[in-house]
Design a protein around this ligand. Structure first.
Ligand code: FES
Length: 190
């Protein structure tokens, strides 16, 4: 039992410690130690950041960037839903198109100014499309007659779908200055 008891320091040992205290660390050693510690931490942080960027890059594979564009072919309702002589702007926001109902049929105008591509506004009272950017004006048929627009608006392919609805194909355009407004597809007779 006595073996486990801590041994008391002898008088000589205590004296020795008092006479020869532990040497003090050289000046600057403490600062050097903390500088090294900081550098080690910095290294680990950089490594962790590097690993994280790899994980993020890897995860991106599962979330590819997809651009959702409106379809080029779309239906815009039945002919009987339209009123003769009225410009329908219901699909301007969604498809950038106006549907115009005349007594003989329909045509679809691309709502894009032929000057620099702004979206004109239909002015019912003045019976014209007016571009808010530089003031170009177009008749209800889409012909330019004021402002800097160099040519008429473009018309989009228009037809009847199997279910009887009006079908627009915005991938096919008809330009008046090329005589294309007379082509089949530029006008829908009903
Ligand atoms: S973009 Fe329409 S007038 Fe300039």
């Amino acid at each position: 039992m006595e073996e486990n008891k801590p041994k008391e320091a002898t008088e000589a040992e205590v004296k020795g410690v008092l006479e020869h205290p532990k040497p003090a660390p050289p000046p600057g050693a403490q600062a050097e130690r903390s500088r090294r510690g900081f550098l080690v931490k910095l290294g680990w942080a950089g490594f962790a950041l590097f690993q994280l960027s790899w994980i993020v890059a890897f995860m991106r594979v599962f979330f590819p960037r997809v651009l959702f564009e409106p379809p080029t072919s779309f239906k815009v309702g039945y002919p009987w839903e339209y009123t003769v002589g009225v410009v329908n702007t219901r699909y301007q926001q969604q498809y950038r198109v106006w549907i115009v109902r005349e007594s003989e049929g329909f045509y679809a105008l691309l709502a894009k100014c032929t000057h620099l591509g702004c979206t004109p506004v239909w002015w019912e009272g003045e019976n014209k499309f007016k571009c808010p950017c530089h003031g170009s004006g177009f008749t209800k048929e889409g012909v330019n007659y004021e402002g800097p627009a160099p040519r008429p608006l473009e018309r989009l392919k228009i037809s009847l779908a199997e279910d009887g609805q009006i079908l627009i194909d915005s991938s096919l355009v008809f330009r008046q200055e090329r005589g294309e407004w007379e082509k089949p597809g530029a006008f829908l007779k009903v």
